[in-house]
Design a protein around this ligand. Sequence first.
Ligand SMILES: Nc1ncnc2c1ncn2[C@@H]1O[C@H](COP(=O)(O)OP(=O)(O)O)[C@@H](O)[C@H]1O
Ligand SMILES: [Mg+2]
Length: 234
Amino acid sequence: MLELRKLCVGYGPIDVLKGISLSVPTGSCVCLIGANGAGKTTTLSAICGLVAASSGDILFEGQPIHCVAADVIVRRGVSLVPEGRRVVSNMSVEDNLLVGAYTRRDDKIGVDLESVYRRFGRLRERRKQFAGQMSGGEQQMLAIGRALMARPRLLLLDEPSMGLAPQIVNDIFRTIREINAAGTTVLLVEQNARKALSIASYGYVLESGRINSEGKAGDLLKSPQIVAAYLGGA
Ligand SMILES: Nc1ncnc2c1ncn2[C@@H]1O[C@H](COP(=O)(O)OP(=O)(O)O)[C@@H](O)[C@H]1O
Ligand SMILES: [Mg+2]
């Protein structure tokens, strides 16, 4: 469904991604793990058309999308849950969800709002509240719900576990697994490598803008180098 080929991205003269290649098959959950500053967010920004690639290809369903405007990429079926959630604090929960549907012209927005509320009962209870009054976990649910309102076929998540208590992290990861099981392809970016590899089928490890290893999630979880570098040596 998604393929990156030798993708290079820089900010001004600084190269951040130095030729990364990865692929996300339709229906899969693939994770991209790596330390702070490795280039994970830059990778997702490039896929969404928020930063330009200096070379290489980004193919979505076989079509190049590296010169396509960000809103068109959303309309084609790619939706991002950004790092740090980025909900609009002084807007209601429901209005934040409706922001996620801004590229749509169809008449199923109400149906999808209902399905987000079915998935996240908390958001229904709080639909009139300001998003900024919600807990971190609830804001993460809101950010995921907002992304689902675009009806994505490919959902990109940038560090959904960041700053959340372990129990909430478990809830969020269970939700991601359910969304994937219901048919949405997922590319998950995480510093929490153990958690990410526990729900993904395949993983890539990004180090200083290069993919330095990849493999089936179960194999990466057992790899001595990965354990030492990313899984706390445990
Ligand atoms: N807008 C930007 N301008 C300049 N440098 C940036 C910008 N965004 C990120 N960087 C740099 O690019 C590198 C990779 O950042 P990022 O993709 O955010 O990494 P990660 O998400 O893996 O933590 C870092 O060195 C960061 O300082
Ligand atoms: Mg990041």
